[in-house]
Design a protein. Structure first.
Lengths: 265, 363
């Protein structure tokens, strides 16, 4: 289990996070939602070890993060950042290889693992291309391949491994949004843990096992999608009421990713 | 072997080396090592008093009387120390350029351009002037290492200062870096001016030498004094190369893939300061090696530091030795300051880099 307790993070006198407790269980897909500036990314950075909180502690499978070296931490969790700007021109394979190396794989197996990870995000055979020549969405998928290459097994040595995804679907089309979240959910189904920040509430409702709603640096609600994505919470946090489970007026088209599971009449 | 058999093999080889460019990297390291050896051989035999290449080889193979006594003395007392000093200085400049560019995540970071060499020169000049007076105790204890140690401290202070000035939240703004370099260089020149003002004639001659840059002062003592400093930097190479590769993604991302970023930064700054300081102490401020060599190598093999760092060591050494040979030959028996030649080669490359990337820099 990935857990953090009474986390506070501040810049100067302004609190980005105030007394936040959060956990992500192995086998579950945990999704964080909330308005801009609610502290979602900051929480994810605390969980990944990137930011050291002012107060509170983080632990992976009971082991406090402060006692782990970066190399050890890299075997427990992989992180997909919102966007990555390369300083020098790497090929797609070289980017993914950085993940493979972090997993501690011996060099003879690295090339095939790179290719396998690229295949998982639908970019098999793209290894030779230059990363900087790709579109934003393709770059995001390459980074996701790097994340998968870093944590190749959802469970290793009897311990669950975690994927921390900061807006993994932000520049993807709806097809690839679903593909990526399904791949992440598979990681959870096979015993690993996934924490993702997702803005699309429909996708969050479909894929999350648990949702944490954040608002103004605090946890506003936490629980199953049914418990958290209700009218009261949504109107309190986002300031829009009456949009949960209500169909739009007949003239307005709407697109629901969940509807692909619907049984057609 | 028939064509039918060799074809698929060659295709397999080509498939393997695209995408992951490690094979090209290895080849480039080998190529730059060969280039280095070739330039060494050329530099040893050329000069106002040429040494026949054939005779040199025979003497290397153990034939004691292959070289005349005069040639042997020229070789041992003039050419060899100068060659080794050039190799060490070129290695120091090439590798520290690559390291700084990786650390600052920017292809324009070069020790001489951003003021590291200038900081080292200030410290060296202070050491020359104060070495006879207030610091004479240190000078006598450290002997030949006194200047390199002083220059190392100057370079260390400058590199650290630059890093804190120009890097905010893991991002280095190239404009800030170059401007900070300008400021540091200006302060350095002012300090040197101040010291020059108080210097005597002999000190003045020594100081002037720094502003030009030259391998002319090569002695075995200086070569030996430089070895530990460059050795320290080369010893750091295997520890920083994966970290610098990961840093291409960004500082946070490097941490995500298991790099201890703070350790990486400190090791890199120390290595750069050590080698740059020593290079400045023995050869003065020689510019552009650290920017030209990594840039050309990256064009060939990509930016992976695992092979780029060793290739820059050989490439830097080859370029500096080659430039020094040119300096010795074109106006023989006089010598051109080497800074002129490296600037003539380097400045156009720098301009090309700026042109190609000016949009990305927003300059």
């Amino acid at each position: 289990m990935l857990q953090c307790q009474s986390i506070s993070v501040a810049i100067g006198s302004r609190y980005l996070l105030k007394d936040v407790s959060f956990y992500a269980r192995a086998g579950e897909f945990t999704i964080i939602v909330g308005p801009n500036g609610a502290g979602k990314s900051t929480l994810l950075k605390v969980l990944s070890g990137e930011i050291r909180p002012l107060e509170g502690y983080v632990s992976y499978n009971g082991e406090p993060i402060t006692r782990m070296r970066p190399a050890q931490l890299a075997k427990y969790r992989a992180v997909l950042p919102q966007s990555v700007t390369l300083a020098f021109s790497l090929t797609v394979e070289e980017v993914v290889r950085l993940g493979v190396e972090a997993a501690g794989v011996k060099s003879s197996a690295q090339a095939s693992l790179c290719e396998a990870a690229l295949g998982e995000v639908g970019l098999g055979g793209w290894g030779t291309r230059l990363y900087q020549g790709l579109s934003g969405g393709e770059q995001q998928r390459v980074q996701f391949a790097r994340v998968l290459a870093q944590i190749p097994m959802p469970v290793a040595n009897g311990q669950p491994r975690f994927l921390l995804l900061d807006e993994p679907t932000s520049s993807l089309d709806i097809r690839h949004q679903i593909d990526l979240l399904e791949r992440a959910r598979r990681h959870a189904r096979e015993g690993g843990g996934v924490v993702a920040i997702v803005h699309d509430l429909n996708l969050a409702a479909e894929f999350a096992d648990r949702i944490t709603v954040m608002s103004e640096g605090r946890t506003a609600a936490s629980g199953s999608p049914g418990e958290t994505l209700d009218d009261a919470t949504i109107s309190k946090v986002f300031g829009i009421s009456g949009i949960v489970g209500t169909l739009p007026p007949p003239a307005v088209p709407f697109v629901l990713p969940q509807s692909r599971h619907a049984v057609l009449p | 072997m028939t064509n039918a058999v060799s074809m698929p093999r060659r295709l397999a080889f080509r498939r393997k080396m695209s995408g992951d460019r490690r094979r090209i990297g290895q080849l480039t390291v080998g190529f730059s090592a060969l280039l280095f050896l070739a330039v060494c051989a050329l530099a040893v035999v050329t000069g106002p008093s040429p040494i026949p290449l054939g005779a040199l080889f025979r003497s290397l193979l153990g034939e004691t009387d292959a070289l005349s006594a005069r040639e042997a003395i020229i070789l041992h007392d003039i050419r060899l120390p100068r060659l080794l000093l050039g190799a060490l200085t070129g290695t120091a400049l090439g590798v520290s350029g690559t390291m700084m560019q990786g650390l600052f995540r920017n292809p324009l970071a070069d020790p001489s351009l951003v003021g590291v060499s200038s900081g080292a020169a200030v410290a060296a000049v202070c050491a020359i002037v104060l070495g006879g007076g207030p610091l004479s105790a240190f000078a006598s204890v450290l002997g030949n290492s006194f200047l390199p140690v002083a220059a190392f401290l100057g370079a260390l202070a400058t590199t650290s200062l630059l890093y804190f000035l120009a890097t905010k939240a893991g991002r280095t703004s190239i404009a800030t870096l170059l401007l900070a370099g300008l400021a540091v260089t200006a302060v350095g020149n002012a300090l040197i001016g101040l010291v020059v003002f108080t210097a005597d004639d002999q000190q003045l001659r020594d100081i002037t030498f720094w502003t030009l840059g030259s391998l002319g002062g090569a002695t075995w003592g200086r070569v030996m004094a430089m070895v530990p400093f460059v050795g320290l930097m080369l010893a750091a190479v295997p520890f920083v190369s994966r970290g610098l590769d990961a840093l291409i993604l960004g500082e946070a991302e490097a941490m995500h893939v298991g790099i201890s970023v703070e350790t990486l930064k400190r090791t890199t700054i120390l290595a750069v300061a050590s080698a740059c300081g020593a290079a400045v102490a023995v050869a003065g401020v020689i510019g552009f090696i650290g920017i030209v060599v990594p840039h050309l190598l990256r064009l060939m093999m990509g930016p992976s530091n695992r092979y780029l760092l060793p290739a820059s060591a050989f490439g830097g050494a080859a370029l500096l030795i080659g430039a020094d040979a040119i300096c010795r030959v074109v106006v023989a028996p006089a010598e051109l300051p080497i800074g002129i030649v490296t600037a003539l080669i380097g400045a156009p490359v720098f301009m090309a880099l700026l042109l190609r990337r000016r949009n990305a820099f927003g300059l």
